[in-house]
Ligand binder design. Structure first.
Ligand code: OAD
Length: 230
């Protein structure tokens, strides 16, 4: 049995039409993260922050999973050992492609969280300021997104899976945001690691193997190879 951990980043959703963060035209090339993705920004200008996440949530209705998302869902279904998909993406494309054994470590656009009672709610619509929490009625809902300076979600489960991994595959992430960028260094010595990206990431030298090109082409080919032995 082989334990497999897959990490994905914004690059896997690029071919579905969602902008990445740091490529030319990426979100952090057009907007300042400190204005939109920090607890301080939300306290200072909640309308601006909520409006930005509303627009990104609404955009999900216009995009579809691509062959890379679909291939990872197939990999999960057919893989004979333990499988965990860890994504930094807050879009819903992995889930819509059929992935189930998945951790969205930076949160999800389609969830909101109450800052008063802590309840988490599925949320498909816009989130106007001061919307009452369906659980406790406090007007303190926020996007269930990990902002800069906040702790990623489910880290103990992720660390446990990495410690037991025999194979680690990282797809479409620039390797600039920790802790995800450090995962390749946390693997047991025997584990094989593969990076799939259009260019070498900032942590590419930590991988055994680099595959350069678009995820929509390379991931289905890799999945076929892993399941069928080449
Ligand atoms: P980045 O925008 O930093 O990196 C995207 C990576 O995908 C780059 O290395 C690209 O070369 C690569 N890429 C682009 N198109 C691709 C394609 N078609 N196929 C394969 N690779 C492709 O995005 P992330 O690494 O995901 O955090 O960013 C990490 C975190 O930074 C995000 O989760 C977000 C952001 O701030 C939060 O919002 C908390």
């Amino acid at each position: 049995m082989t334990n497999l951990v897959v990490l994905t980043g914004a690059g896997i959703s690029a071919e579905s039409g969602l902008a990445t963060f740091r490529d030319p035209g990426g979100l952090w090339r057009r907007y300042r993260p400190q204005d939109l993705a920090t607890p301080e920004a939300f306290a200072r200008d909640p309308e601006l922050v909520l409006g930005w996440y509303d627009a990104r949530r609404a955009q999900l209705a216009e995009v579809e999973p691509n062959p890379a998302h679909l291939a990872l869902a197939r990999l999960e279904r057919e893989w004979p050992g333990e499988f965990l998909l860890v994504t930094q993406n807050v879009d819903d494309l992995h889930a819509r492609a059929g992935s189930r054994a998945m951790i969205q470590m930076h949160g999800a656009l389609k969830r909101v969280r109450c800052q008063a009672c802590g309840a988490v709610h599925e949320w498909a619509a816009a989130l106007p300021r001061a919307t009452p929490c369906p659980a406790c009625a406090a007007p303190r809902l926020r996007p269930d997104i990990v902002w800069f300076g906040e702790m990623p979600m489910d880290m103990p489960r992720i660390m446990a899976a990495l410690e037991d991994a025999d194979l680690f595959v990282s797809i479409g992430t620039s390797g600039t945001v920790y802790p995800a960028a450090g995962f390749v260094r946390m693997l047991p010595p025997h584990a094989r690691s593969i990076e799939v990206n259009t260019e070498a990431s900032a942590v590419a030298d930590g991988f055994d193997e680099l595959r350069q090109g678009p995820a929509g082409v390379l991931v289905p080919a890799l999945v076929e190879e892993l399941l069928c032995g080449g």
